[in-house]
Design a protein around this ligand. Sequence first.
Ligand SMILES: Nc1nc2c(c(=O)[nH]1)N[C@H]1C(S)=C(S)[C@@H](COP(=O)(O)OP(=O)(O)OC[C@H]3O[C@@H](n4cnc5c(=O)[nH]c(N)nc54)[C@H](O)[C@@H]3O)O[C@H]1N2
Ligand SMILES: Nc1nc2c(c(=O)[nH]1)N[C@H]1C(S)=C(S)[C@@H](COP(=O)(O)OP(=O)(O)OC[C@H]3O[C@@H](n4cnc5c(=O)[nH]c(N)nc54)[C@H](O)[C@@H]3O)O[C@H]1N2
Ligand code: SF4
Ligand SMILES: [Mo]
Length: 881
Amino acid sequence: MKDTHLALNDAPWTRSTCAYCGVGCGVLLRNTAHGLEVKGDPDHPANKGRLCSKGSALGETVGLEGRLLAPEIHGRPADWDQALDLVASRFKETIAEHGPDSVAFYVSGQLLTEDYYLVNKLAKGFIGTANIDTNSRLCMASTVAGHKRAFGTDTVPGTYEDLEEADLIVLTGSNLAWCHPVLYQRIMAAKAARPEMKIIVIDPRRTASCDQAELHLALKPGTDVALFNSLLAEIARRNAVDPAFAPNVAGLEEAFGNAEMDDPAVTGLSPEDIARFHDLWIGTQKVVTIFSQGVNQSSSGADKVNAILNCHLATGRIGLPGCGPFSVTGQPNAMGGREVGGLANMLACHLDLENADHRSAVRSFWDAPEMPVAPGLKAVDMFRAIGEGKIKAVWIIHTNPVVSMPDADRVAEALKGCDFVVVSDVTRATDTARLAHVLLPAAGWGEKNGTVTNSDRTISRQRPALPIPGEAREDWRQIAEVGRRMGWPRAFDYEHPAEIFREYAALSHVAARFGRDFDISGFESLSLSDYDALSPTRWPVNETRQGGRFFADGKFFTPDGRARALAVTYRPPAAKTEKRYPLRLNTGRIRDQWHTMTRTGKTARLSAHLGEPFVEIHPEDAAAKGIKSADLVRLTSPTGQGIFRALITEATRKGDVFAPIHWTGETAPSARVDALVASVVDPVSGQPESKAAVVRADRFEADWYGFAISAKPMQADCDYQAYAPTQAGFRAELAGSRRPADWEAWARALFDLPDGPVQILRDEARGMIRMAFHQNGKLQAALFVSREPVAVMRDYLTTLPGQSAPQALSGRAPEDRPDPGPIICACFNVGMNTILSAITSQNLMSVDAIGAALQAGTNCGSCRSELAGLLARTEVPKLKA
Ligand SMILES: Nc1nc2c(c(=O)[nH]1)N[C@H]1C(S)=C(S)[C@@H](COP(=O)(O)OP(=O)(O)OC[C@H]3O[C@@H](n4cnc5c(=O)[nH]c(N)nc54)[C@H](O)[C@@H]3O)O[C@H]1N2
Ligand SMILES: Nc1nc2c(c(=O)[nH]1)N[C@H]1C(S)=C(S)[C@@H](COP(=O)(O)OP(=O)(O)OC[C@H]3O[C@@H](n4cnc5c(=O)[nH]c(N)nc54)[C@H](O)[C@@H]3O)O[C@H]1N2
Ligand code: SF4
Ligand SMILES: [Mo]
């Protein structure tokens, strides 16, 4: 919908939804001569105008550099007909020879609902294989399993308003401040208005989300079941069970019995902290337990989910204003994917593949040939089957498994050995795209048209504000084309995503007749203009009901209509620490990067926050290995290894290390975290245990460390390399265990500057060498090498490429240009040194005072918890009374 009322000057604003997380913020987009303008949509119920740092920077990520703009076959440009015919014929031949289960689809929670619905229709309805799984297996599968076991359906009971109305928020395995920043800001605003509101964080690591917390329970990784079982046992002991609600819940007695037997001591928490948790949780009626990957990505993930749900069911704290369990979804359409039956064991509209009645209803609705009767392979098993040659053709859409799957090196080998790999992506060179036989260019965010569902069941539109570049095509169109070419022209005859959405809404009507809750039949006769104008709507949407909460009425979607309390028992993580691998590797996200960085990694602003792969390690563990601050650390696990910058901190428990997931073969080839993570899964959900690998940490004995800046992208040949864009070009952190024989030749290869003059500064005794390349009086590139981690003013140096900088080799800023330090506020580009010096010199006492002085933290607010952290560690000179 083009809303001309919103036009400020030339072009009208288009309403759409953010490309990134499951908060699902509304955005306003306008394509101008200076590029895509993006701002928060004040009318969207998820964000009411707010955006986080990633959302605010969306306009900087839509440039065409790195985009895949034409189909490729074996690395050579091809036209669409050739590429689509090849995909259709290879899939058909493979199926004819080896059966439908010899092909597979691996898709993504970032697909639009229409794409997602269609690829499932193609696989499950027409090809006749359930071998379609999604990166949501790595993300939400344990929650799906937990919800279905307890509620008989995969449904988030509450709404975002509940987070504001709650008196107690329990963040369990969720770094909400960094991963769902706008929800966190909403909670912070509610807490500012009602300071009695309390927050508890349950996370082995101290994160930015602990900042305003009453209590941080730094439990031993993987022990959540024992902690929530202790809560459940205490609920029983204190008679805190809701007598009116309990009759709606089967299995409570068994669950209490099991809970009683678990020993909370395994959490490593003090009895006082556990008692405080019990008191606060049981003593507060309005409690929301938010949970995310610290819960899901575990070999006991589904049990963790049910241990949490048990406590809410026993106390009847579900589906009421301000209380309930709340799984926050990761990807923008993680929820939509669950609704369309994206996982290998589901059908669309919350119908079950293994239920014969459901299957035949969907089959006749689609007028489909044979449907698979058994679930297909889940992600980890799927890639294993590819490796074993059982799956001979795979189509990967909108995900980068060579980076994000556990045991990632094996995943790469599996694809290398696979007969036929098709990848649809917007990016030409990803670790996965590099292994494709056929590459299909997809239309990206800002260009596409469709719907997504966020964490609180709100369906929003993504609308295009940019033309589709080059030969790129929307994902649904690619899928429909292949479906038609495989011989089903009628079933895949669509011209517009609205037609797909209508069909999907009509199928939900069928599902509703089976008593399923996912019912959007209110949309089944939506016209094209209604679809275009669709405003954010929380499901269900039918004749009798729109939106609202679930389960407060005690009605569930199990055969007898009662919820299930599950008797669960603590199980430790699958991999045991041992002498060779004494540390536990926790993994997760950083504030300003999205997954494998194919989009956020394009902007200097988002790369300035944390520009290099790092490992958080406790000071005692570091000392034991002689690891000093800024050293490099080699992590070795039973499956692989990697090199990371040491970040020595007490935020991480002794015995644990933490590394972010974002770096790839493109951005830091030696720091792909998932090469270290074993492919162990939860037996119920099939979700990998991505947060509890075992590793050894050793100091990487670098012979030299390097720092480089350049106007152009760089490509080094050495053990450790990490690249990031800057305002003036690129930066690189480098290190090696052996010195190049000829530094100048090495640097020329690094910078791709085969000729031209070079300025060299050497101090052989100290192992120091510095080189600068100038052209026409402007700095092209510079390299700083030393025996110790390079100490230069990085944030200043990164501004120099393209400038006249005769003194660059000094590595420091002139006196009159202070070094701003690493960027903390990405919106206003305010560095740590600037903030620290303002805190002391201007005697700033609060985050708001920093904002007033420097603007930092006043736009998206994503950095406010870090500002608070800087305040806490800065000694402000106290004024004498
Ligand atoms: N900036 C940013 N935001 C994102 C994303 C992104 O890439 N970048 N991705 C989106 C996606 S897809 C997802 S799924 C979400 C994920 O959002 P989150 O789940 O909040 O993010 P993570 O950092 O993966 O993990 C959360 C926390 O779990 C903790 N944890 C580890 N082990 C345990 C444990 O045994 N118990 C408990 N209680 N906690 C544990 C970790 O220390 C970590 O702080 O974020 C979404 N938002
Ligand atoms: N160790 C460890 N591993 C993890 C996790 C963890 O916490 N720890 N988290 C897991 C979780 S929760 C998740 S969700 C996954 C995420 O992992 P991935 O899904 O692999 O990561 P992305 O970078 O989001 O990959 C999206 C791909 O789609 C491309 N793309 C962008 N837009 C479009 C489009 O419109 N169409 C198409 N066809 N392609 C497009 C991008 O260029 C990119 O290559 O990682 C998982 N892996
Ligand atoms: S919180 Fe940030 S990343 Fe998530 S949807 Fe909103 S603006 Fe996008
Ligand atoms: Mo995710």
